[in-house]
Design a protein around this ligand. Structure first.
Ligand SMILES: [Zn+2]
Length: 452
């Protein structure tokens, strides 16, 4: 057994049942599990490793519930900078069709490095395009090396242009092959146990890129194995119009009709979820990945987060694919959630502590986990620390917890994932980020130029 003690934090944000914030707080960890949390004098004083957290805010690691990490290769592509969702997709599909296994692995690590440095310790990734021999395994292997807790979603597209779908035929897969490969990755990688570092999610891309049959079969398959379901839903007005024209139902009605509701399901965006849909999701415990940066970037609208929370809908945050956000900064996303909610519904729409709660406990709930998102005995040891002594926080220490979202988004000084120190004094310990960025840039240039 190895032990780790983070002690003397200026403020320790627990997100526990009482939402305690403890000045001079400490967390004591054995292996990958939190054993004690409290004022420094009340937890064990000795450990194999002791980190003095004076000058830091310590909190649970943030949870990212929606991403397409391969898209870090196509950030800020000129042809897709100024489009709405469908136009943006049309511009990028032909580029993504050239993706290789190496690109999937490297881009996963780039996105994860950026996420980890921004305070995130658990992330989902929705990989839905598998050209040129790419596999979900490529992203999982990338995650293993960097040491991030990972929910890998086996996405899919099966309805190409010739069948009335949005993606070109060259990037869609056969439905039987999709289900076979989904079964394969669940059996190879899924860990249902508490503190799992690796879970698999069944995730057809969206109602406008797969058939009704695949959505139903995917739900059956996920429930057979006890894994979660994830897709995009009600992202913007075009998306709702497509659903009404093609299926004669609103997106929420379509989800319900397919069996895509329940605590084992979460949908990305839901910007245009109507009142009946919000009530349905609240009743069934269906989760939402709120992606404020992406929604602003693509001018999709403002998701009704306040109404969702009032009706009991589990809401987490997602940075979304890097091509429609262009950044993977989790604390920054919490800040945008706060700001965007206020643009929509006034300053009472969301406060700073709620934004942090959505980014931690909210994300854990959406991923259907009760072992992450809070610092309490028996929880997984996913802990981050932000240094409060820099310029960005200067003058904000009247309330350092609120300052984490009100001030410019900081990067972490320390990150512990599953009991292991993954960021030490601001530097990632598991990978060389400079070399990673150089490799990633070379692959991105080749991909966009078409030389892959
Ligand atoms: Zn997405």
């Amino acid at each position: 057994m190895t032990s780790l003690l983070l002690t003397n934090a200026d403020i320790l944000v627990t997100m526990d049942a009482q939402r305690r914030e403890i000045p001079g707080g400490a967390v004591y960890v054995e292996d990958n599990r939190i054993v004690a949390v409290g004022p420094a004098a009340e937890v064990p004083q000795r450990a194999d490793t002791v980190l003095d957290m004076r000058g830091h805010a310590v909190m649970p690691g943030l949870v990212n519930t929606h991403h397409h990490m391969y898209q870090t290769l196509t950030r800020a592509v000129p042809a897709a900078q100024d489009a709405e969702l469908f136009g943006w997709l049309k511009a990028l599909y032909p580029i993504w069709a050239r993706l290789t296994p190496e690109m999937v692995r490297v881009s996963t690590q780039t996105a994860m490095a950026e996420l980890i440095l921004s305070g995130c310790t658990t992330s989902s990734d929705h990989l839905y395009i598998y050209p040129n021999g790419c596999r979900l395994d490529d992203s999982i292997e990338g995650a293993e090396e960097i040491g991030m807790r990972f929910h890998a979603a086996r996405g899919a597209m099966s309805v190409g242009e010739s069948a009335g779908g949005l993606p070109p035929d060259s990037v869609v897969e056969d439905e039987a092959a999709i289900l076979d490969d989904t079964r394969r990755v669940i059996e190879r990688w899924h860990d249902p146990e508490r503190f799992a570092m690796r879970r698999i999610v069944v995730a057809p891309c969206s109602p406008f890129s797969v058939s009704r049959g695949l959505m139903r079969d995917a739900a059956d398959l996920a429930r057979h194995y006890g894994v979660s379901l994830h897709t995009h839903l009600a992202e913007n007005d075009d998306d709702v119009r497509y659903s009404l024209e093609k299926f004669g139902m609103t997106p929420a009605e379509y989800a319900a009709d397919l069996g895509w509701t329940g605590p084992d399901v979460w949908h990305a965006h839901c910007v245009k979820l109507d009142d009946a849909g919000i009530a349905l999701f609240g009743r069934t415990g269906t989760g939402v990945a709120h992606c404020p940066c992406s929604n602003m970037r693509l001018a999709s609208g403002i998701a009704p987060v306040r109404q969702m929370r009032c009706k009991g809908v589990p809401v987490g945050l997602g940075v979304d694919g890097s091509a429609s956000n262009d950044g993977s900064h989790m604390l920054g996303e919490a800040r945008q959630a706060l700001l965007l909610a206020r643009v929509g519904s006034g300053p009472a729409a969301l406060n700073a502590r709620e934004a942090l709660e959505i980014a931690t406990l909210g994300g854990a709930k959406v991923l259907n986990r009760d072992d992450i998102g809070a610092l309490a005995p028996g929880m997984a040891a996913d802990i981050v620390a932000f240094d409060l002594r820099g310029l960005g926080m200067a003058g904000a220490l009247h309330d350092p917890v609120a300052a984490l979202t009100f001030c410019a988004p900081q990067t972490v000084a320390w990150s512990v994932i599953n009991g292991k120190i993954v960021v030490r004094e601001g530097r990632l310990t598991t990978l060389d980020t400079g070399a990673l960025a150089r490799c990633h840039n070379a692959l991105a240039a080749a991909l966009v130029r078409g030389e892959a």
